[in-house]
Design a protein around this ligand. Structure first.
Ligand code: SF4
Ligand code: SF4
Length: 140
């Protein structure tokens, strides 16, 4: 189940994977002898029940509507909000952010590992996430 979920979060899943995941979860739930096994698949079954459209979006459109799956998002700087404070550039672990003091900064998607640190430190709400992810060699 983990392997199937991992595939889906990376945008590599298929509709067959969703069906297999559901079937597997049901089998685990119904054939486990103890309560741990019987309840372990519940998060999967519950999310499939209430958020199936999000699973399908991951598989068919390769997007993460909640913008949580690292492989399906990109971080972007809004040039209209960026003040050039440099805070994001300082914390970026891969030096993916370029910019000078008081000038609009940019994220180089080819270097970004989507850790989210830049978004956490930006006090000007200038960094946001997009899905599907931008092309790897795109300068924003
Ligand atoms: S932290 Fe925000 S405002 Fe400061 S340079 Fe980065 S994007 Fe611009
Ligand atoms: S998400 Fe992480 S790696 Fe990407 S630009 Fe922001 S701080 Fe750098």
């Amino acid at each position: 189940m983990y392997e199937i979920l991992d595939k889906i979060t990376k945008g590599e899943g298929t509709m067959e994977d969703i069906n297999a995941l559901e079937e597997l979860a049901m089998v685990v739930k119904e054939t486990s002898l103890c309560g741990l096994g019987q309840t372990a698949p519940n998060p999967v079954l519950t999310t499939l029940r209430y958020f199936r459209d999000e699973y399908i979006a991951h598989v068919k459109e390769k997007i993460c509507p909640a913008k949580k799956c690292r492989d399906l998002i990109s971080y972007v700087i809004d040039p209209d909000k960026c003040t050039g404070c440099t805070a994001c550039k300082i914390v970026c672990p891969t030096k993916a952010i370029e910019g000078e003091l008081n000038k609009v900064h940019v994220i180089h998607q080819d270097l970004c590992i989507r850790c989210g640190s830049c978004m956490d430190v930006c006090r000007f709400d200038a960094i946001y996430k997009v899905t599907p992810p931008l092309k790897v060699d795109t300068k924003v």
